[in-house]
Structures are given as C-alpha cells and as structure tokens.
Design a protein around this ligand. Structure first.
Ligand code: SF4
Ligand code: SF4
Length: 134
C-alpha cells in the first residue's frame, strides 16, 4: 500500500514539475534574449561564447534560441555580437514592461543602450575588461 502511495506521489510531483516547466516556458520567455533577425548577419560569434550552448542558426543563418527558458541572461552574446543583434529583456520591475538592453562593442568598452517603455532610451558604458567574459 505504501509502495502504491509513493508511486502516486511520484507521478503527481512529476506532473506538477512538467506543468511548472511548461508555464515557465510560456511566461518567462521574455526574461531572456532575443535576436533581431534584420540585423543578424549569421557570423556565429555569439554561438562560440554562450556558456550553455543555447544559440543556434536557423535555415536563413539567423541566430535564435531553441530553448529560451534555459538562457540565464549572462549577456555574453550581447557583448560578443559585432552587429548588436541580440537584446536582453529586463525584468519589468527593473526596466518597465517590455524594456530591453542592447550592447555595442567599442574596443575595450561596451556601450549599453536601455530601451524602455514609450521609446525611453539612455546609454552607459562599461569596461569590458572588468566584466565577466560571459
Ligand atoms: S545571455 Fe548568455 S546564456 Fe543567454 S543566450 Fe546569451 S550567451 Fe547564452
Ligand atoms: S554574433 Fe550577432 S550577427 Fe553573428 S550570428 Fe550572433 S547575433 Fe547574428
């Protein structure tokens, strides 16, 4: 009897876990990175720096994330892309709904652009040597 109860509990928790993963995929999609397909040149540089091997090129040689919910927003792909094609969604509580960051390499510096609700934009730079490599 205890064995049957344990089995039911395992199946139940497995079901709940699947539901949670599904919901995360649906609702936390925008908490990761997206790639502007009009800008992406398909050079593949971002693929080489993603610590999770999460980026792929589609049939048109445009970067995309097959499993966006696995992205942990390290921003390595943003800093590496020579064309500023990747963008990082910010949590709504931090940047406002739909806010995202883009990055541009400027030698030893990275120029970050905040793109917020209703067209708000501002820029800041960071020293690439003082931030993590990924
Ligand atoms: S933000 Fe980091 S983990 Fe996410 S796709 Fe870019 S390089 Fe990979
Ligand atoms: S580095 Fe930029 S341009 Fe190159 S594949 Fe990645 S997103 Fe596209």
């Amino acid at each position: 009897m205890i064995g049957l109860t344990s089995l039911i509990l395992i199946i139940y928790y497995d079901f709940l876990d699947s539901c949670l993963a599904h919901l995360q995929g649906k609702f936390y999609y925008h908490m990761s990175v997206f790639f502007d397909k009009d800008i992406c040149q398909g050079c593949g540089e971002c693929l080489s720096v993603c610590p999770g091997d999460l980026i792929a090129l589609d049939g048109n040689s445009k970067a995309y994330l097959p499993e966006p919910r696995r992205c942990w927003s390290c921003a390595a792909c943003l800093k590496k892309c020579p064309f500023s094609a990747p963008a990082l969604y910010l949590p709504p509580a931090l940047g406002g709904r739909g806010a995202f960051l883009t990055a541009k390499r400027l030698g030893e510096k990275t120029l970050w652009t905040y793109n917020g609700p209703e067209g708000t934009r501002f820029e800041l730079t960071s020293d690439s040597n003082k931030t993590t490599g990924y």
